[in-house]
Design a protein around this ligand. Structure first.
Ligand SMILES: C[S@@+](CC[C@H](N)C(=O)[O-])C[C@H]1O[C@@H](n2cnc3c(N)ncnc32)[C@H](O)[C@@H]1O
Ligand SMILES: [Zn+2]
Length: 270
């Protein structure tokens, strides 16, 4: 098990209310944590603290309703076939992203998934991971994680050496806000590492789908069963520019005629 207590120490100064960003009193074992400034309450789940802003602090929209359905579809896939739907086990694409992101220091993984240890994480003692994901409470993990949303990061500003997005950008309701949040919690010399799975819209669907897949419903506002908005390289470039970031390095790994894994290393633009 990775050293969660060292990570917890490093995080004690970083943890903040996801609604108003006031520092939260620490990672003790009480069943709820209450923000002294805005009164938001956060409950401990089976395994992790849930730092999702309570409903009354969040605007709902048709897109968030679509996101609820997408998340339910994703969960069906993660439970029925975790190896194919999450970064688990020995995989060349995960190893390639691990090498590309070359993480050191305190690393935040936004959308880390429900698995115990994402396969693109590095076992080096020079890295300490913190994860955030709406599905974080599904399983225990080998690293410190929280339930929550990338749009409302529950951390103080300027504390992380890296922020990771591993096949998550196309799952967000508001990727612009998520990237702005990532910049906020990043150290001034930190890096954001993105893995985008690019797929040509003309790619043929699977010849046969398993039964759990056939039962899923696609919301009208979503691009497909699992993604709010599929992105390509041009979409990422535009998003990066709008967030005041710049691409300092990139790799493209073609998977087949229709699919590629695109990696981007981002820094705050000078
Ligand atoms: C394709 S999975 C990738 C999980 C993990 N990074 C991996 O590679 O195995 C997408 C993840 O994004 C998470 N996600 C969706 N919306 C999110 C949001 N608003 N904030 C943070 N994570 C989100 C989902 O719960 C899911 O775990
Ligand atoms: Zn607060």
């Amino acid at each position: 098990m990775a050293d969660q207590s060292a990570t917890a120490d490093a995080l004690t100064a970083q943890l903040a209310c996801s609604v108003c960003r006031t520092r939260l009193p620490l990672l003790d074992d009480s069943p709820t944590v209450r923000c002294r400034a805005c009164g938001a309450e956060f409950a401990r789940g089976r395994y992790v603290l849930d730092l999702t802003p309570p409903e009354r602090f969040r605007a709902r929209s048709g897109l968030w309703e679509a996101w609820d359905r997408i998340q339910a579809n994703g969960m069906a896939g993660y439970l029925a076939d975790p190896e194919r739907n999450l970064s688990i086990g020995q995989r060349d694409d995960c190893s390639a992203f691990r090498r590309f992101s070359r993480c050191r220091g305190l690393v935040l993984d936004v959308g880390c998934g429900p698995q115990a240890w994402p396969a693109y994480f590095d076992r080096s003692p020079l890295v300490r991971y913190v994860g955030i994901d709406p599905l974080a409470d599904l399983n225990p993990s080998e690293f410190l994680k929280f339930a929550g949303l990338g749009e409302f990061l529950p951390f103080a500003s300027g504390g992380f050496d890296h922020v990771l997005f591993a096949t998550t950008l196309d799952h967000f309701v508001d990727p612009d806000t998520v990237l702005t949040e990532a910049v906020r919690v990043l150290k001034s010399d930190g890096e954001i590492d993105v893995w985008l799975g690019e797929k040509d819209p003309a790619a043929p669907g699977p010849a046969r789908s398993p039964e759990w897949y056939q039962r899923l419903e696609q919301p009208a506002l979503a691009d497909d069963l699992f993604h709010i908005k599929r992105m390509n390289d041009g979409d990422v470039q535009a998003l990066v520019e709008r967030a005041g970031l710049t691409v300092v390095d990139r790799e493209r790994h073609q998977v087949d005629q229709y699919r590629a894994n695109c990696f981007y290393r981002l820094r705050v633009a000078p």
